[in-house]
Design a binder for this molecule. Structure first.
Ligand SMILES: C[S@@+](CC[C@H](N)C(=O)[O-])C[C@H]1O[C@@H](n2cnc3c(N)ncnc32)[C@H](O)[C@@H]1O
Length: 324
């Protein structure tokens, strides 16, 4: 079941790899003997790092071959890359891949018991390091930012139609950018003069220009928070997570395990509240797990990651109506 190395094909370094895959594999190990064949869902396949390690761990668990790992990603590049990475696993039937948003993955699972869910939210290094997708201002690219380029509208089109107030709200809410109003005003002003930014470099320059001169070249690039906010909006990332929480989490079988790795306080809050408010889950840790210093040193992206884990409780035995 071991996956072939894909070091030449993905640049993404999986975060909190061992705790996440240990947790999910342990859920499979603890399933009662003769459990119905079921699935583990990797909602955010990305470079395939978590899935590959999980498959390695499942390979040493008796009976785990009865279950399938389903990998989902709405980025077609990620799916194509993983088709080669997991060629053998796909042929052996221990894995299946689907190009779709994870909010749509419930119909793929169908009636199969759901024994594990992993969502490693946000974007991958493969996406951010792409010179053409428009996620980063490190490369001058058209303003697209869609994870699935066959759905929705690219950022340029969205910027053409958005009101100044809505733009400022998005930049504030998802980017916590204190110059959100000024940035929105600047972009809308450029638009009204027919000078709308068309590329990542144009947009980054427009954002930088509203910052006080002393802050334009200090610390992180002034456009970082705005780019994050626009990406979250264009990909409806919060809505996706809400759907997963609402439709996916309750679909887990008793003993099923959920691992959510988030990078934004709004995402972490949604997950935390859901796990706490319902009496459906056992929470092995009260606080989110975070990367240690050595992981952060190797992979700076892990600094802001928060991992929340939950185990679906056994369902309550039905109370016969005569005893109610
Ligand atoms: C942080 S990366 C995942 C990395 C992966 N765990 C690994 O080990 O390589 C996030 C991936 O999830 C995908 N993604 C984000 N939101 C998604 C959604 N709502 N539905 C499907 N895929 C999504 C992105 O396209 C990206 O490839």
């Amino acid at each position: 079941m071991s996956a072939q190395s894909a070091s030449e094909t993905t640049r993404h370094i999986p975060i909190l790899l061992e705790p996440i895959t240990d947790f999910l594999a342990e859920g499979i190990r603890l399933l009662p003997e003769h459990s119905e064949p079921g699935v583990i869902l990797d909602c955010t396949l990305g470079g395939g790092g978590h899935s590959a390690r999980l498959l390695e761990k499942l390979a040493s668990i008796p009976g785990a071959r009865n279950h399938r790992l389903i990998g989902v990603d709405r980025d077609l590049d990620a799916i194509s890359r993983n088709r080669s990475r997991f060629q053998k696993e796909l042929e052996d039937g221990v894995m299946e891949l689907h190009h779709c948003a994870f909010s749509e993955s419930m119909k793929i699972i169908g009636n199969r018991p759901l024994y594990g869910v992993l969502a490693d939210l946000g974007i991958s290094s493969d996406q951010i390091d792409s010179e053409t997708r428009g996620f980063s201002f490190r490369f001058d690219a058209p303003l697209d930012m869609r994870m699935n380029q066959s759905r929705g509208i690219p950022l340029t089109e969205w910027l053409e139609g958005v009101s100044e107030t809505d733009l400022a709200d998005v930049i504030w809410r998802y980017g916590e950018e204190r110059f959100s109003r000024k940035i929105a005003r600047r972009i809308v002003d450029l638009r009204s003069r027919g000078q709308m930014p068309k590329t990542t470099a144009d947009l980054a320059d427009a954002i930088r220009s509203v910052f006080p001169p002393g802050m334009r070249h200090q610390g992180i690039h002034p456009a970082t928070r705005t780019f994050q906010a626009l990406r979250i909006e264009i990909n409806e990332e919060l809505k996706e997570l809400e759907t997963l929480i609402l439709k996916g989490f309750p679909k887990t079988a008793p003993g099923g395990r959920i691992a959510i790795l988030s990078f934004h306080s709004l995402e972490d809050r949604l997950v935390k509240e859901e796990f706490r408010k319902r009496n459906l889950y056992e929470l092995p840790f009260k606080k989110p797990l975070q990367a240690g210093d050595s992981e952060i040193e190797l992979n700076s992206r892990s600094r802001s990651a928060k991992l929340r884990l939950a185990i679906r409780k056994p369902s309550e035995p039905e109370t016969p109506s005569s005893m109610r």
